[in-house]
Design a protein around this ligand. Structure first.
Ligand SMILES: [Zn+2]
Length: 74
């Protein structure tokens, strides 16, 4: 999956229409929505905005990235 696909998945999980909307809502926050980058996983959680190797409880690997990392904004 591309970062863009992951961002769009995360955006719809969080109730936003677009990835841009999600990023706009996240950029001022102290936590960021985050999603597992393993294909087919789709686990989402909240993490530090600069997290690029967060723990996925579903895969048991450090594959969760925050929305801002996926967007290349960190
Ligand atoms: Zn996972």
């Amino acid at each position: 999956m591309t970062n863009q696909t992951l961002l769009e998945t995360l955006a719809s999980t969080e109730g936003h229409a677009t990835a841009y909307e999600l990023l706009e809502a996240t950029v001022c926050d102290s936590v960021s929505p985050a999603i597992c980058t393993n294909p087919g996983c789709g686990y989402t959680t909240d993490m530090e905005p600069d997290q690029d190797q967060g723990w996925c409880e579903h895969c048991a690997t450090n594959t969760v990235k925050s929305a801002l990392v996926l967007a290349g904004m960190i």
